[in-house]
Design a protein around this ligand. Sequence first.
Ligand SMILES: [Zn+2]
Length: 402
Amino acid sequence: MTSGEQAKPLLLANVRPMAFRQDTVHKTTDILVGADGKISAIGPSLAAPADTIRVDGKGGWISPGWVDLHVHIWHGGTDISIRPSECGAERGVTTLVDAGSAGEANFHGFREYIIEPAKERIKAFLNLGSIGLVACNRVAELRDIRDIDLDRILECYAENSEHIVGIKVRASHVITGSWGVTPVKLGKKIAKILKIPMMVHVGEPPALYDEVLEILGPGDVVTHCFNGKAGSSIMEDEDLFNLAERCASEGVRLDIGHGGASFSFKVAEAAIARGLLPHSISTDLHGHSMNFPVWDLATTMSKLLSVGMPFDKVVEAVTHAPAEVIKLDMQDRLSVGQRADFTIFDLVDSDLEATDSNGDVSQLTQLFEPRYAVIGSEAITASRYIPRARRLVRHSHGYSWR
Ligand SMILES: [Zn+2]
């Protein structure tokens, strides 16, 4: 809807609710959303006013709107970010969480040029380093203590507490050199002062994944949890696996954060087989990961499904789980009077080959296919991202590369 256009009621017909934690589960129904964006009726074969826009869900699933807990969307303010529209509603995602693209020095621009105009709800982890990801990995944001300004971080949070949901620290030697785990400790101190969680990226040591876990507490997030990097994989060190399992049971949230270098099918499959599931599934989408190998959230969800994560847990990991981290209310999302925030999607048979960050290939026999993102009275047509370089062709028995 463009500005000036009159909002109209929206009828979501023939949809099957799931993941609402209410009694309405798994029965096809209609949902009527008023022109004000709030749910006005729920039930089979609803009558709707004459000017209603009708969307036929064709028996597909409807869940709370998907949340991607780790993306990079400070487009124009960093060299690595994509636009919110490239990974948001058009991919079935209604809430995007930027993972530290902006630091205190440039958060005001991120708010004004990206957060405020976006159709999607945007929240952010504030980078501990003042400059954020301006020139990502070329000008690292955490080289030494001169890159952190505690007073300005506190000020920035005070001015932006409705947008900032936590502190982000990238703890790997590409960024911190040999500074080790100290920035993680400083990040934890600030997060404690502000009473918000910290998200830590684990990668090439130092810091060691083990050391990071020892610093994190309940509510904090470790992203790239199932990475396959030497010295940072939970499957090459039994002590680290046991530590990750214990921390997860105590409330540390394991987040996928697929990205260009940080998701391994082998690690994920082995961890899930041993009962260690990720808390949240996120993409770490940015300019260097979107076209290869990540594509989008739906494909990332399909990858987790392919390595043994149950369907309902996968949906939970993009709805209630990330919502808990950012304190987004998911109660009674499917009730009259609530603002509409949904994803309509199908689970379809497939023979798509997908690649992880280590170059390993897996066949996805089932694919999450987003159909619509519903934000208030607007239903935005959604689909999975089709990568540019190689062409994915859909045919009667699935997909293939051409
Ligand atoms: Zn990232």
